[in-house]
Write a new protein. Structure first.
Length: 64
């Protein structure tokens, strides 16, 4: 049988912060998609997509 979950446990799980904490500022890092456009040799554009971790330390550098 499955363990019964009461309302207090549901609230505790929902309010918990998910993700890893930054060692510098202690804020939770949020994964964000970073899309960069690059011009190729033939003159067309290509989009590079990468996932980066954003916290309060590097927030201004990423979003600027």
């Amino acid at each position: 049988m499955a363990k019964q979950q009461d309302f207090a446990e549901k609230v505790k799980k929902a309010s918990a912060e998910r993700g890893t904490k930054c060692p510098k500022c202690g804020a939770v890092k949020v994964p964000t998609a970073f899309i960069n456009s690059v011009k190729t040799d033939i003159g067309s554009y290509r989009f590079n997509r990468s996932l980066i971790q954003v916290c309060k330390c590097n927030e201004k550098e990423v979003y600027a």
